[in-house]
Write a protein that binds this ligand. Structure first.
Ligand code: ATP
Length: 329
């Protein structure tokens, strides 16, 4: 079946900045895909190109089989877009605003009332429909943005940072809402918050410096990188000696040692893939007479993967730069 989104070799240059550098990915119909990356990674730029708001410098983008550049009107008909900093008319009332938006989006006059009632119900806005938008909490305003995106019954929802600025309760509510919407729509959402994407999405695309670094289900990303996560050690002993000895333990990839508030050292250890050096750490402490207060292994989270994938990319980038410098010498 034709993918909902097909992006090939997408490149975007702003004056002096390459925001996207040969990005390719697909989103299948019915998927909820999370676009994950730090600030400036290129998430909003990709979304703006997908929705036809800005042109690309090179590459091709198709939505529901239509070329974004050649058939932009057709593409827009398939997309409900909630931009970052969702622009709302703050002095309008919720229902009034959504009616106005339905008209702009070309929803037939005879269908507007039904669509309005439907999206108010879907997004939990029935009770506040007569309230002025500017007097609503940020969480409710975000729902108005979602209701707006849903008005014209799009196949595809593109949500740029849908939970930014919300409190934890609101985040949970909007997340549930998105999951529910995912039963009927294909969704591409962006976030720089990991638990967000991990909990909501079927698949995660990690983007950094305008390039895709990884694309898989959250579970597979975790599996492919490590059998297990970081090891946390709390030990009382001479700092420099402990640090030196921990590094040499078999199966330890890196170790980071800090002095806590109460004379205990906190050591964070990244084991080598597949290794479990906990027993060796225990024996090391006993052999040296150091008091061991904590020795635990954290489950690898998507956050660990994210940090590691980006660290590797930054190191590779540094190597490339170093290579270019030595070529010049
Ligand atoms: P954020 O979460 O901060 O919005 P992002 O991943 O969405 O991050 P983009 O907004 O797509 O990132 O920005 C990618 C890069 O392009 C950044 O370096 C940014 O400074 C640059 N950029 C974005 N818009 C413009 C513009 N209109 N003119 C020049 N540079 C831009």
């Amino acid at each position: 079946m034709q993918p909902m989104i097909k992006v090939e070799n997408l490149t975007k240059r702003y004056a002096g900045v390459t925001a996207l550098n040969g990005v390719s990915f697909e989103v299948k119909r019915g998927e909820i895909v999370g676009f994950l990356g730090p600030n400036g990674a290129g998430k909003s730029t990709t979304m703006r190109i997908l929705t036809g708001f800005i042109p690309a410098s090179a590459g091709s983008v198709a939505v529901a089989g239509f070329d974004v550049f050649a058939d932009s009107l057709e593409v827009r008909r398939h997309i409900g877009y909630m931009p970052e900093n969702n622009p709302l008319y703050l002095d309008m009332r919720v229902a009034e605003y959504l009616k106005f938006r339905a008209k702009i989006k070309g929803v037939a006059r005879s269908e507007r009332r039904d669509r309005l009632n439907e999206v108010l119900k879907q997004t939990g806005l029935v009770e506040v429909q007569h309230r002025v938008i500017g007097q609503l909490s940020k969480g409710f305003r975000q729902r108005v943005g979602l209701a707006d995106a849903l008005l014209a019954e799009p196949d595809l929802l593109i949500l740029d940072e849908p939970t930014i600025g919300l409190d934890p309760v609101q985040i949970r509510q909007v997340r549930e809402l998105i999951k529910d919407l995912g039963k009927r729509h294909t969704i591409l959402l962006s976030s720089h918050i990991l638990p967000e994407v991990e909990k909501t999405c079927d698949r995660v695309i990690i983007i950094h410096h305008g390039r895709i670094l990884a694309s898989d289900t959250p579970e597979n990303l975790v599996k492919s990188l490590h059998a297990g996560g970081l090891i946390n050690v709390e030990v009382r002993g001479p700092g420099a000696e402990v640090q030196e000895a921990m590094r040499k333990v078999d199966g330890v990839e890196t170790s980071d040692c800090r002095l806590g508030a109460d004379e205990f050292l906190t050591v964070t250890i990244q084991p080598k893939p597949g290794a479990d050096p906990r027993e060796a750490i225990f024996k090391l402490a006993v052999a040296n007479g150091w008091t061991l207060r904590e020795l635990t292994r954290k489950r690898t989270s998507l956050e660990d993967i994210f940090v590691q994938v980006m660290r590797e990319e930054d190191e590779a980038e540094e190597d490339r730069r170093e290579g270019r410098r030595s070529e010049l010498r």
